[in-house]
Design a protein around this ligand. Structure first.
Ligand SMILES: [Zn+2]
Length: 1046
């Protein structure tokens, strides 16, 4: 459909004539004026009326042509829908054709002068397949990076993996046990563990790439890389030189049967384990009279004669063997305790007991002791007293307040042995209690307590302890409860201390807290919690008794066990790592090779500890050199994990925070709010979302997964929901946006925009509707940019979806479709809306690209045949000119009329209705800008107001009296200064554009006739047999599949 241009050299339109088709010369002056208005070549403000968009009639040239072929319908090869069966292949070929893998390297290379944005990747654990939590984390990071890329930054993002640690070692052990050459040799286990980790890294990396995560996948960091290990060994030496590491006893799960410490993951709980449960009384160092005075009460008269009697606290324990290690009794400050009187006249015993008031009924039922309540007092008084040690009578011990004391079991007074319990140990550290462990590695009492020496703690040792403590025993029974067993030997374990390495967090805590106070935390309501967790962290044990990790490079004296941290040893090990690529040498070579000092070599042996993997990952900021990361983005649980270990390690080693900002997301739960776990069987495999699962789920593709991550993973909630219905609605949302983008790209391609010289269109030339749309677009741009900056990707996406479906598809597309499809191809009216469509396209693709890179890169490859990645462009500049308050107020009134009419339309097709609007002066002046007055009936059908109202025609009148001259099927009044009546139109439908705007039946409107006449179709003419033009679809954002009629 081409238009032939011809020079013309006369009349008033001479300046414009160069561009005009030949038939224009037939216009008279009035027609030409309207024509120029239509083309917006004359500034409308200079014209008496500028709202009539239609043309005068010119004679038809005759001939045959189908109406629909004369319409400028959307045309694009961008597919409407990608069927589930083809999603995977489609996305993979997009990634390959559009070079997803090259983007990261490209921007590193070409944006060297741009400001850098560093998102430091928290390394996922290299064990097994990815789970849905990985998807949330990686996708949110990628959204951030891609957004920053569009904002003109040079993104620095190096993915990493945490490759050491127990779960991998256990897997290696299990695999090794199954093979013929089962061996527990460290080097064999390490070799196998390395394979396990490598395999997992590769598997996980493939998933991350499938999700569209942008990175240089050939240059990731792994905690078992040789450079990383060397850096870690040297970091330990620095900590040692700074006096920030020390060695001390700490309670661990100890398996006497395999003579090793065990981690929680290596325990099995036996629910039927039988312990000995006892109630023992410890004697308070004060007699009854002193005690009651101290708690501010007097001993009641009837007990005065017993004022010198003993006061004893009653404790309950299921580990009587740990009594010799007792160092305190813990109580609860804000609970009430009772002083009880007990008398046994047969044996002439009178004494007082103390038990928490809430525990009295259970105490009485268990012991069957008859006692009288003498007095009640608050727990905090217990701190005023001391008691005689139950085993070493010469010692007196304190009562200490502790939150772990509960009233659900026992007596509200807890036997505390810092060597044999985690809570006890922390309390012991806090109050500097002695940490004494009399149990050796075989689980037997050592020789320091003669009566118990050599006895097994859990069996004979327990009996012997109770025999010796017989006089203070109030009750004894067998107690069945879950108890930890060694998962390999199936024998019970005990908690006992062993020597461990610690980072001295107390020395760095205050600096760490002040550094943390400078860090931006999102959401900001959690900052206080993180500081509290940091302050309350009691210690950081950095050693583990395993083999799959970085060895702690310390030698120990063969006789005294004294540790030796020596630079030569560390440097020697680093050379081994350099040469072999791993730290196996520590288990392999003799001490002499490391230290190259014969004398020391004979006296010392290598340690068998490895570093805690939290130290491995806690120093990962080293890969950035001196730079501080702009962002750490992880799950909320990392407040006590990686965020904290990284901060502590960074503050310890270089005195500053490793990050400027922290952003957290929640963890994924199922439909019922339950956390995902393999044992519950509610785990969702992200691969089943992207690539489908036979018999269960259709492939939805990576963009849908990413949409779900953005909309659910970011909502400031600790719980992220996933369900089939949420995924389904994510799919529908992405499809809706695809429809909108498809409509846009079918009118906006770089070529088309250039051809129509859209860039030359100026804002002032735009029609009201178009200027109004730009004002909405500007508001949208500002809001989504703000939401992106605040990491509120859920808000960005929900806002975008709503904007695309409502303001863009439902309103704007509807209003402009007539001129877009039916007006002259190069008319100003079309250019005006294509200008706006192009701006909408540019905005929507950029806003959506960080979340939906596949979709946006695909549509962009249709927009721009050069196939430049959309990420090589930059974010839009918000144009302040677009905020046009006068236009907005005109449109507001028109939309108010629209609402009033819509309420009356009922079952009628609005396009067959005529509206009469009677206005006061102000409303009349306003609406007149969108609609001509005092004009022909035809012109009353072709205004911007008609487009907005989607009706046949409008009769706009200035009238204070409310007398309508049409037969109304509905009448409405508005407080905005107008009344409106609607009735059936008397106009006939145009064959081509289908508007009801013709004065005669079986004809065409003047605009359509003009357009047809202009087409240089030899022997053109309208065949009477040809079907009328198709109905111009009104987009329905919910169910619409935009009808492309090309
Ligand atoms: Zn028409």
């Amino acid at each position: 459909m081409g238009v032939e241009y011809r020079h013309s050299s006369k009349t008033l339109w001479t300046p414009f004539a160069y561009f005009f088709p030949v038939w224009v010369k037939n216009f008279n002056e009035a027609e030409m004026k309207l024509f120029l208005i239509r083309l917006q070549l004359i500034n409308r403000s200079k014209l008496e009326t500028h709202v009539c968009r239609r043309f005068c009639t010119i004679p038809s040239k005759g001939g045959k042509i189908k109406y629909k072929d004369t319409l400028l319908l959307p045309k694009t090869k961008f597919p409407q829908k990608i069927s589930p069966a083809h999603r995977k292949k489609h996305e993979e070929s997009l990634a390959a054709n559009l070079q997803f893998d090259h983007l990261y390297g490209f921007q590193r290379l070409w944006r060297q002068d741009c400001p850098e944005y560093i998102l430091h990747d928290g390394p996922p654990y290299a064990n097994g397949d990815v789970h849905i939590g990985h998807a949330v984390n990686k996708v949110l990071k990628d959204i951030t990076n891609r957004y920053k890329l569009l904002r003109g930054f040079r993104v620095n993002y190096t993915p990493g993996w945490d490759c050491h640690g127990l779960p991998i070692e256990l897997k290696a052990l299990k695999d090794n046990m199954q093979s013929k050459s089962s061996s527990k040799e460290p080097l064999i286990i390490r070799k196998k563990a390395r394979e396990v980790a490598n395999e997992s890294v590769n598997k996980q990396m493939n998933s991350f790439r499938r999700w569209g995560v942008m990175a240089d996948w050939n240059n990731c960091y792994k905690t078992f890389d040789k450079k990383y290990i060397q850096m870690q060994l040297q970091s330990f030496y620095q900590l040692y030189k700074k006096n920030l590491v020390y060695r001390e006893l700490k309670p661990v799960f100890w398996s006497p049967s395999s003579k090793t410490a065990l981690a929680e993951a290596e325990l099995e709980y036996n629910p039927r384990h039988e312990s000995t449960s006892v109630l023992l009384s410890f004697r308070v160092c004060s007699d009854a009279a002193t005690f009651t005075t101290e708690i501010g009460k007097a001993l009641p008269k009837e007990y005065e004669k017993y004022s010198n009697s003993a006061v004893e606290v009653v404790v309950w324990t299921t580990t009587p063997w740990s009594i010799p290690s007792n160092a305190a009794v813990a109580y609860r400050e804000n609970k009430m305790y009772s002083l009880l009187f007990y008398e046994n006249t047969n044996e002439n015993i009178q004494k007082f007991y103390i038990v928490a008031s809430e525990c009295l009924p259970r105490f009485q039922a268990t012991t069957q002791i008859k006692f009288a309540v003498v007095s009640e007092f608050e727990g905090s008084y217990m701190g005023h007293f001391k008691y005689k040690h139950p085993w070493f009578e010469e010692l007196s011990c304190p009562f200490l307040a502790a939150d772990y004391v509960t009233m659900e079991k026992g007596t509200g007074l807890v036997h505390t042995a810092p060597a044999h319990g985690a809570d006890d140990y922390v309390l012991g550290l806090k109050h500097k209690l002695p940490i004494e462990c009399y149990i050796n590695d075989e689980g037997n009492f050592d020789s320091r307590i003669k009566q118990l020496s050599g006895l097994n703690a859990l069996t004979m040792g327990t009996s012997q302890v109770l025999k010796i403590l017989e006089s203070s025993k109030l009750h004894e029974e067998k107690y069945i409860h879950p108890y930890p067993y060694d998962w390999r030997t199936k024998k019970p374990v005990i908690v006992k201390t062993s020597m461990q390495w610690f980072m001295d967090t107390n020395k760095i805590k205050s600096l760490a807290v002040s550094e943390l106070e400078q860090v931006g935390i999102h959401p900001n309501n959690v900052q206080h919690g993180m500081i509290n967790q940091l302050v309350s962290r009691p210690y950081w044990c950095i050693s583990r008794q395993r083999v799959w990790g970085v060895p702690i490079p310390v030698l120990y004296h063969k006789e005294t066990g004294e540790p030796l941290v020596h630079k030569a040893v560390i440097d020697g090990l680093c050379v081994l790592v350099e040469n072999s690529g791993n730290a196996d040498g520590w288990w392999d070579v003799p001490v002499g090779t490391l230290i190259q000092n014969d004398e020391l070599a004979t006296q010392y042996e290598k340690g068998k500890d490895i570093f805690d993997i939290w130290l491995d990952s806690g120093i990962s900021w080293n890969i950035l050199g001196d730079k501080i990361a702009d962002l750490y983005l992880e799950g909320v649980d990392q407040f006590t994990g990686w965020f904290q270990s990284s901060l502590l390690a960074s503050v310890a080693l270089r005195g500053k925070t490793p990050y400027k900002n922290i952003c957290v997301h929640g963890f994924v739960v199922d439909d019922n709010g339950k956390k995902m776990s393999k044992s519950l069987g509610n785990v969702v495999d992200p691969k089943s979302i992207t690539d489908g699962k036979p018999g269960d789920r259709h492939p939805l593709g990576s963009d849908v997964l990413r949409w779900w991550c953005a909309t659910q993973g970011c909502s400031n909630s600790a719980k992220i929901s996933i369900s089939s219905s949420l995924l389904q609605s994510s799919d529908e949302s992405v499809q809706k946006l695809r429809n909108t983008l498809r409509f846009l790209v079918s009118f906006c391609t770089q070529d088309y925009i250039d051809k129509l010289q859209i860039d030359d269109v100026s804002y002032d030339e735009l029609m009201y509707i178009d200027q109004y749309m730009l004002s909405l677009l500007k508001k949208f741009q500002e809001r989504v940019t703000q939401d992106y900056e605040n990491y509120n990707y859920d808000k960005v996406m929900n806002r975008t979806l709503h904007f695309a479906a409502t303001e863009v598809s439902s309103y704007y597309f509807t209003w402009i479709k007539d001129r877009l499809y039916c007006d002259f191809k190069e008319s100003q009216s079309r250019k005006s809306c294509i200008y706006v469509l192009n701006e909408i396209y540019m905005t929507l693709t950029k806003v959506l690209a960080p979340v939906l890179p596949y979709l946006c890169e695909e549509v962009h490859s249709h927009y721009n045949q050069e196939t430049e990645s959309i990420f090589k462009s930059v974010w839009f500049d918000v144009d302040n000119q677009w905020e046009n308050i006068p236009v907005a107020s005109v449109m507001d009134l028109a939309l108010d009329v629209r609402l009033t009419i819509n309420q009356m339309v009922g079952d009628n097709n609005s396009k067959t209705l005529w509206a009469q609007i009677l206005c006061n002066e102000k409303a009349f002046q306003t609406l007149q800008l969108l609609h001509p007055t005092n004009c022909s009936e035809v012109d009353k059908c072709t205004s911007e107001l008609c487009d907005i109202l989607q009706i046949s025609g409008v009769d706009l009148k200035l009238s204070e009296n409310k007398e309508f001259s049409i037969e109304p099927i509905g009448v409405g009044h508005s407080l905005e200064g107008y009344s409106v009546a609607i009735g059936k139109t008397e106009m006939f439908q145009c064959h081509r554009c289908l508007r009801y705007c013709c004065t005669e039946g079986n004809s065409m409107c003047t605009r359509c006739q003009s357009v047809l006449n202009s087409l240089s179709q030899p022997a053109a003419g309208i065949s009477k047999d040809s079907p009328p033009g198709p109905e111009i679809p009104v987009p329905d954002p919910v169910k619409e599949e935009i009808l492309l009629r090309s």
